[in-house]
Design a protein around this ligand. Structure first.
Ligand code: ADP
Length: 223
């Protein structure tokens, strides 16, 4: 099915490695009035106490997967699925369709010219091939390590370990339609975000008028 048949709202998928600056960039788009949908937030909201998904998780992993306050113990769950590929597959099978469904509902309800869908593993997951543009926030790896280590108070080796589970920088860049270089000052991001915002508004208007997606290069990985 063609992407525009499923999604009438022009959707920009924002991704980038951990610590590249996705949160910083998405806050600037939000400040311009763009509806920002964050897949991580959607995932967290699905497993709040009392939710059907959390009940299923407790049914599968047992009560120790809950913290004392009844919230999901994410750190414990992360450890479990890291050590057990079957457990990871089970969890993904449960959550991914729910996340996807919720995201589609949020896109359908959006009223801004276009929406920004923030997904850390947008390209790795393959579930978001409906996005109209892929926007990658990019920083050199050494800077990425330094920013993650500072933000999360972990040592550089731990930051590198997380990065090793994500798509390599060059591969991600090769699949981008647009790239924001975040190696400079955070205050430099604003001008680039404004330029892209105008571009996406134009593109979304074009899609709206013609019912067609703007031309995308043939070699885009949109399978
Ligand atoms: P992500 O959401 O991609 O994981 P963040 O937006 O949280 O990344 O950025 C990672 C860290 O780097 C945060 O502490 C953020 O404040 C900081 N940061 C982001 N952009 C810059 C920048 N241009 N200069 C310095 N620090 C930055």
């Amino acid at each position: 099915m063609a992407r525009q048949d499923r999604h009438t709202r022009f959707t920009v998928g924002l991704t980038g490695g951990i610590g590249s600056g996705k949160s910083a960039v998405s806050a600037l788009f939000a400040a311009l009035g763009v509806t920002v949908i964050d897949a991580d937030q959607v995932a967290r909201a699905l497993v709040t106490p009392g939710s059907p998904a959390l009940r299923s998780i407790v049914g599968h992993f047992g009560m120790p997967i809950l913290r004392q306050d009844g919230e999901l113990d994410r750190a414990r769950l992360r450890q479990l699925i890291f050590a057990d590929p079957d457990a990871r597959a089970w969890l993904e099978h449960l959550l991914h369709p729910l996340i996807r469904e919720r995201i589609e509902a949020l896109i359908a309800a959006a009223t801004s010219d276009y929406v920004l869908l923030v997904v850390p593993l947008l390209l790795e997951s393959g579930a978001y091939d409906f996005v109209n543009r892929v926007l990658v926030v990019d920083v050199p790896e050494a800077l990425q390590v330094a920013r993650v280590a500072a933000r999360d108070r972990i040592d550089p080796a731990a930051a590198k370990k997380i990065m090793a589970t994500q798509m390599p920088r060059q591969e991600r860049l090769a699949r981008a339609d647009d790239v924001i270089d975040n190696s400079g000052l955070e205050s430099d991001l604003n001008a680039e975000v404004k330029r892209l915002h105008e571009f996406y508004r134009q593109q979304s208007t074009r899609q709206h008028q013609t019912g067609q997606l703007p031309h995308l290069p043939e070699d885009r990985a949109l399978e």
